[in-house]
Ligand binder design. Sequence first.
Ligand code: CP
Length: 281
Amino acid sequence: MSLFSIKDLSKEQIMSIIKRAIEFKNGANAKIDQPIANIFIEPSTRTLLSFKRAENKLGMEIYDLDYDKSSFVKNETIEDALLNMQSIGINNFIVRSNVESWWKGFDHSKFNIINGGDGIDNHPTQALLDAMTIYEKFGTLENLKMLVIGDTFHSRVFKSNKQLWEKFNSQVFSVSIHNENASVIDSLMPEMDVVMLLRVQHERHKEQISIVNYNRRLGMNNERADMLKDNAIIMHPGPLNRDIEISSELLYDHPKNVIIEQAGNGLFTRMAILEMFCKNI
Ligand code: CP
């Protein structure tokens, strides 16, 4: 069974993953006696290492493909690579690629594939760990108000989160670097339950994006944090740029900042996802 997009999941499946992740956080154990390969064609710190730690905790047999030393550099397709790895007994794969929807156009039903991010389109496991963090804080995902600020067009995190939050009738507001409006951000602050900041993905822009006064224009700073409700939370999927999306004084001890907790929930969410998709439960 594969997880490519939040669109593939029902509300019930999302809640089942979150509740199982909370059980893992509270000390539950499970065993998946199967091999898995981690294929990261784009760089990663959080997704790769939290998946690896989750795989370790579940007792999986782990194989990492080093992209630079792999046959991808000789233009082998992902489909051909997966078929060849399946021939040696590996059927579970975490794949991060810079190509959107790379799985379309071939029969992927014989593999268990978990999407670790495809280009600018999907990052379902990030949205699920974000949802776990929000659920832990608010006890619900229903009828919340979320503001996402930053490079929304290039953000697979934004798109996957938006798909998830809208399933639960939560309202999603966004201010993008392409339609920036500091006064809109200021006016939304007191209403929001969640504010999520996004990195400017310079590597995906053809033209340089100005970060002059970015924090004052589009970032989170003390002034904006003070406008938030007492129980509002500040999130960022990482990697973050200090004093650009978020000012240093809000890192990491500020009571509204849940960024490290959010990253930590990546371990438990990914254990729950591995259990659901590798064991087909
Ligand atoms: N949030 C996220 O996907 O981080 P990495 O790119 O470090 O995996």
